[in-house]
Design a protein around this ligand. Structure first.
Ligand SMILES: Cc1ncc(COP(=O)(O)O)c(C=O)c1O
Length: 327
């Protein structure tokens, strides 16, 4: 059975599973002092073509919350799109782990921030009574499946850095962005001005786990302690790290991400053939949004959609996220 509700419904891709099983041999040092964690961190440094600092945590909420907390004091604020996962779906995690840093919401077409919208938030107020803007967070691919081009990231990052802000990227679907834009991971991150990336592994076909990648190593000071305190330091770290090795090998991650993107396009084309319906957002990565209302509100329509296992909620009329292997 194929579910279209979420990429989280997908299983583990064979290469990641194989690497996970291969790591299950004998005893190995705990808490990240193992060979798999060392190798994976090294491979990620090669992938990003820079000497970045890498940490593995269990999920995306923890990755975002802890990364943002490491960039902020409690009196700081984080500028994000009003649809950003950190605002809508992390249960206040970023605010909690930063001891109260406030999220400041900005609007923007197709789920994206622009230099103008970021500037508007930065210049709203600068008095002592207002939480000082200190970070801009971008989601790549965005919550509605659109993408930031390197030039768009660079424009926002330039403004942010000019105003003393740091740039965080929620890359839960970073792999899909890289595959769709056909750029290097470096061009989409540090070369465009991103300081910290939360690189999603789960939605890329791993059993679980995200990598928090600090391109500015000064920002990761004490991050290991932050992870430990938050319950995100895996004792058997090798099992979080090893699946990455499986998909980093031979750029398998890029192939799976490209396949999921292609399937989203195919699905969008199929849905487009339903009369009277229109796409809500451009399909640029592996997510696809349709206006269900246009299909009619009758019970028969909803039953048919339910059979296809789409995801529906009030905020996202019809929402499809494709897993690593959706063919
Ligand atoms: C944009 C985005 N960021 C982060 C996450 C990670 O969330 P989780 O804590 O469920 O791993 C998700 C999950 O759907 C997401 O869509």
């Amino acid at each position: 059975m194929q579910h279209f509700a979420s990429d989280n419904y997908a299983g583990i891709c064979p290469e990641a599973l194989h690497a996970l099983l291969a790591a299950n041999t004998g005893h190995a040092p705990a808490y990240g002092d193992d060979e798999w964690t060392r190798q994976t961190s090294e491979r990620l440094r090669e992938l990003f073509a820079t000497d970045c600092d890498v940490y593995f945590v269990f999920n995306g909420t923890a990755a975002n919350s802890l990364a943002l907390a490491s960039l902020c004091q409690s009196y700081h604020s984080v500028i994000c799109h009003e649809l950003a996962h950190v605002e809508t779906d992390e249960c206040g995690g970023p605010e909690f782990f930063s001891n109260g840093s406030k999220l400041l919401l900005a609007k923007g077409e197709d789920g994206k921030l622009t230099p103008e919208t970021v500037r508007e938030v930065i210049s709203r107020r600068n008095d002592i009574h207002y939480p000082k803007p200190h970070v801009v967070t971008l989601t790549q691919a965005t919550e509605v499946g659109t993408l930031y081009r390197p030039v768009e990231i660079a424009a926002i990052a330039e403004l942010a850095h000019h105003c003393g802000l740091r740039v965080h990227m929620d890359g839960a679907r970073f792999a899909n962005a890289v595959a769709s834009l056909d750029v290097t991971p470096a061009d989409l991150t540090w070369r465009a001005g991103v300081d910290v990336l939360c690189f999603g592994g789960t939605k890329m076909g791993l059993p679980m786990g995200e990598a928090v990648v600090f391109f500015d190593r000064a920002l990761s000071e004490d991050f290991a302690w932050r992870c430990k305190q938050a319950g995100q330091l895996a004792s058997k770290m090798r099992f979080l790290a090893a699946p990455w090795l499986g998909i980093l090998e031979g750029e398998i991650w890029r192939r799976h991400a490209g396949h999921a993107n292609a399937m989203a396009q195919r699905l969008a084309m199929g849905l487009a053939s339903i009369p009277g319906a229109s796409l809500l957002f451009p399909v640029e990565a592996k997510r696809c949004f349709r206006d269900v209302a246009a299909f009619g509100t009758g019970r028969a329509t909803y039953s048919r959609l339910a059979l296809l296992h789409f995801h529906r909620c009030w905020r996202r009329p019809l929402h499809v996220r494709l897993g690593y292997k959706s063919g």
